[in-house]
Write a protein that binds this ligand. Structure first.
Ligand SMILES: Cc1cc2nc3c(=O)[nH]c(=O)nc-3n(C[C@H](O)[C@H](O)[C@H](O)COP(=O)(O)OP(=O)(O)OC[C@H]3O[C@@H](n4cnc5c(N)ncnc54)[C@H](O)[C@@H]3O)c2cc1C
Length: 449
């Protein structure tokens, strides 16, 4: 029994592993390095294209609950993330190289997995998983559009720059975690503090700086299909777009200083840019929340106005990319297979899931269900009271008119059955306990069946 998994990103790698662990012969197709996307830099499987954080690790947060569930489900990628984690407050941030190397080593040494470095341009016959992500190659995008008879949907997403640690002026910047919450005593984040005058000058420079036009950006990444400008995903908006909403938009947004006491003044600065460690060596830091579409030369000019980054050396510039996702509520069933073609599954961002951990979860579901399909078993549909189940339910049932990529949020879960009024914290605690207990029961029953 054979399964083709197309795309060796987060979802495809998880899916390939889960199916192989269930005894299926898996061919994992990854087009890099022969054909690169506009965002990937390496030929590594499971490369993180932007932030090195997989989001909260705290169990009472939606994203933290998702990881707790994935640990119980035996996710390969969360195991690799835990093994390559870096200090980042309550978040699960990883050394991106170590993370990918772990995934690659595990898949390469699995006797049931064959990795094929080749672009797939047609929808495969037989059992398969499409996990080609937001930057699906143009040829396959066209094949998917033809197959579904639906235009794919698009939004625009952006990457934050990374700078060399040695180029940060620590006489101006300081280490601190917001309200001192974090793993290390001296602070996981480097903070670049602004006074009001510095902030206003920076804001002015940012909103007037030259941006890369969408058309030339589209040409650079060879996108298969055109889409109108102005549709950014809420959670990943370019910093200059946020800034253009008003003078204080950044100070109340990605540059908010609350809880970040500057040890030199004993006070919170007017505004702050936070830098987060990007690799294990600690020699690279990303500008948190500073996804951008400014031209590279303008990024250097404007971001060197940030106190502490006057001489910053840019290891990677920010960039903006088109993201593609399917009309999943119309096309997919709850097991993540096409309703019209059982045996053909979708996983990852292409299904409309947002966020690294959510995409890993969809890879788990598609991998397990593709294996079950080949064994003639019904698909696994996790309870909607679990974060994984709620996410899969959302992408396969949402109102098409409002459908946008969705990350793990408690709002996707059903209310408490007992109807009791609870504070937000108690409500979330209740959701977490219910999710983990329902998942444990579900897995016990699955084992028994
Ligand atoms: C610019 C940008 C910034 C982002 N920033 C973040 C972020 O900070 N945090 C976050 O949670 N999410 C972010 N995302 C979303 C992120 O892409 C997903 O969370 C995650 O990577 C999706 O996993 P995936 O497996 O669906 O896709 P990917 O991880 O992109 O994997 C898809 C794989 O398929 C391969 N492929 C594509 N077409 C073909 C083909 N025809 N044949 C063979 N292989 C193919 C690609 O090379 C790639 O390796 C960002 C996305 C983009 C584009």
């Amino acid at each position: 029994m054979q399964l083709k998994v197309i795309g060796g990103g987060l979802a495809g790698s998880e899916a390939a592993w889960q199916a192989a662990e269930l005894g299926i012969e898996v061919e994992l197709y990854e087009m890099r390095p022969g054909r690169m996307t506009g965002a990937h830099k390496t030929d590594n499987l499971g490369e993180l294209v932007c932030s090195n954080s997989l989001g909260s690790n705290l169990q009472n947060r939606a994203s933290g609950l998702l990881k707790a569930e994935l640990r119980r489900l035996g996710s390969l990628l969360i195991q690799c993330a835990d093994a390559s984690s870096l200090p980042a407050g309550g978040a699960l941030a990883v050394d991106r190289e170590a993370f990918s190397e772990c995934i690659q080593a595990k898949l390469e040494s699995h006797p049931k997995v064959k990795i094929i470095r080749q672009e797939v341009t047609e929808i495969p016959d037989g059992a398969a998983i499409l996990a080609t992500g937001p930057l699906t190659s143009p040829a396959l995008s066209r094949a998917i559009i033809e197959f579904t008879g639906e235009e794919q949907l698009f939004f625009y997403d952006a990457i934050a720059p990374i700078v060399e640690y040695d180029s940060i002026n620590m006489d101006a910047a300081y280490r601190a975690n917001r309200y001192d919450k974090g793993e290390t005593q001296d602070g996981d984040y480097i903070n670049c503090p602004f006074n009001e005058g510095e902030y206003l000058a920076f804001w002015e420079a940012l909103i007037t700086a030259e941006r890369i036009s969408l058309r030339s950006f589209e040409q650079t990444i060879n996108s298969g299909v055109d889409a109108g400008e102005g549709s950014y995903f809420q959670g990943c908006q370019p910093v200059e777009v946020i800034a253009s909403r008003g003078e204080k938009a950044l100070a109340f947004g990605p540059m908010r200083p609350v809880g970040l006491t500057n040890p030199r003044t004993g006070r919170w600065p007017f505004a702050v840019v936070q830098l987060r460690q990007d690799n294990l060596l600690g020699d690279a830091y990303n500008l948190v929340g500073f996804q951008t579409n400014l031209t590279f030369s303008e990024q250097e000019r404007v971001f060197r106005m940030i106190p502490g980054l006057e001489n910053a050396v840019f290891i990677r510039h920010g960039q903006m990319h088109r993201n593609a996702f399917l009309a999943s509520p119309k096309l997919l069933d709850e097991g993540m297979a096409f309703r019209e073609r059982p045996g053909l599954f979708v996983a990852g961002q292409l299904s409309g899931i947002e966020g690294y951990a959510g995409n890993i979860a969809s890879g788990w579901i598609a991998g397990v269900n593709a294996a079950r399909y080949l064994y003639g078993l019904p698909p696994v549909v996790l309870p909607i009271t679990t974060m994984t189940g709620a996410l899969m339910h959302y992408v396969t049932h949402a109102d098409m008119k409002l459908f946008q990529p969705m990350k793990a949020i408690f709002g996707l879960m059903p209310k408490a059955e007992d109807g009791k009024r609870r504070s937000k914290t108690d409500r979330y605690d209740h959701y977490v306990q219910r999710a983990l207990s329902d998942l444990d029961h579900f897995l016990l029953e699955l084992d028994a069946s």
